[in-house]
Design a protein around this ligand. Structure first.
Ligand SMILES: NC(=O)c1ccc[n+]([C@@H]2O[C@H](COP(=O)([O-])OP(=O)(O)OC[C@H]3O[C@@H](n4cnc5c(N)ncnc54)[C@H](OP(=O)(O)O)[C@@H]3O)[C@@H](O)[C@H]2O)c1
Length: 305
């Protein structure tokens, strides 16, 4: 089997990445802890499904390439621990999770002790990646990345665009972390801008039309704006959307890296803190403020309903 790859983890990312690899001519063997997902994907596409990690490893020719697309942390680590005894020297493990780069460096050292190669891959593209291709930021040795390069060329938007061997192990996840930090800042700026436009009620601005117009020729045109224009066309009041925004760790790691490196990064840091505020983490602060005003000035406090 030429050009073969094993995909471990068939969530929103892994399943579509497997589909894109398959459509691009790779021989893909898929595995998921709940095997029904792997079987469904195999039925849909003609890919091979493996019911166990042993079967997955056995189905791949040496040197094997296995791409893990799992939540960072225990899920990825436990799969690496289970796979390592099954693999041979020269095989390559790719960790495609949004993982902290220090963890990936330690993980690589452990994996490489067994003679298995390790690549840390930051993947961007979300649910659109199947159609548009993924941006891929990889770290690892030249040999390890060379073994994975045929698959990076398929996954990327174009064979020679949208993927980069950033540097040694850890650098792929570090670049992806900063990428996501930038994403926090860009999203925050766009959201604030549209909130200000909405707040200027006297002008009755049509936010969908503004977004659509900015998509053409403006310096703030971007994919995030494209997506915003799309949903604003359907609903610009957003009344049914709870004002709560999750954060998945990468913004925090970027802010922490900025502190460690003494690089001022107020936009990314504040964007992260605004997400925490949306989750209720500023509520006690606001209650304190309200009570202080009440104490020194007799200003009224609003009571919770
Ligand atoms: N979604 C995005 O836009 C995006 C973009 C870039 C990178 N990423 C990264 O890509 C990775 C996968 O993300 P995703 O969005 O595809 O996640 P997802 O849709 O939640 O899918 C997670 C996958 O991992 C498996 N899984 C979850 N917990 C597990 C555990 N404890 N042990 C074994 N398997 C487990 C799930 O298996 P079951 O189906 O059996 O539950 C599923 O196949 C994450 O590291 C994420 O940070 C995501």
């Amino acid at each position: 089997m030429k050009n073969a790859i094993g995909m471990v983890g068939l969530g929103r990312m892994g399943a579509n990445m497997a589909r894109r690899l398959h459509q691009g001519g790779a021989q893909v063997v898929v595995y998921n802890r709940h095997v029904d997902k792997a079987e469904a994907l195999a039925r849909e596409s003609g890919m091979a499904a493996a019911g166990t990690l042993e079967a997955l490893v056995a189905a791949l020719p040496s040197p094997r390439v296995l791409w893990l697309m799992l939540p960072a942390g225990d899920a990825t680590q436990s799969h690496i621990d289970a796979l390592l005894p099954l693999l041979s020297a020269g095989d390559v493990l790719v960790n495609g999770a949004n993982a902290q780069h220090e963890t990936s460096i330690a993980q690589a050292a452990h994996v490489e002790q067994a003679g298995v190669r390790y690549v840390d891959a930051g993947v961007s593209g979300g649910v659109w990646g199947l159609q548009e291709g993924y941006a891929l930021m990889v770290g690892g040795s030249r040999e390890a990345v060379a073994a994975v390069a045929p698959f990076l060329r398929i996954l990327a938007p174009a064979p020679d665009q949208g993927w980069l061997h950033c540097g040694p192990v850890g650098s792929g996840h570090f670049v992806k972390m900063v990428h996501n930090g930038i994403e926090y800042g860009m999203m925050q700026a766009l959201a604030e801008g549209f909130a200000i436009l909405k707040g200027k009620e006297a002008f009755h601005l049509d936010l969908a039309q503004v977004a659509e117009m900015w998509r053409h020729g403006s310096v703030v045109r971007s994919w995030l704006l494209d997506l915003s224009a799309d949903f604003l066309k359907k609903d610009q009041a957003l009344d049914s959307i709870a004002p709560v925004v999750a954060d998945s760790g990468e913004g925090l790691w970027t802010a922490q890296a900025a502190l460690d490196l003494k690089i001022p990064a107020p936009v990314i840091t504040l964007a992260l803190q605004m997400r925490w505020a949306s989750q209720g983490h500023a509520d006690y602060t606001a209650r304190m403020l309200a009570m202080m005003r009440n104490e020194f000035g007799g200003h009224a406090v609003q009571k919770e309903a």
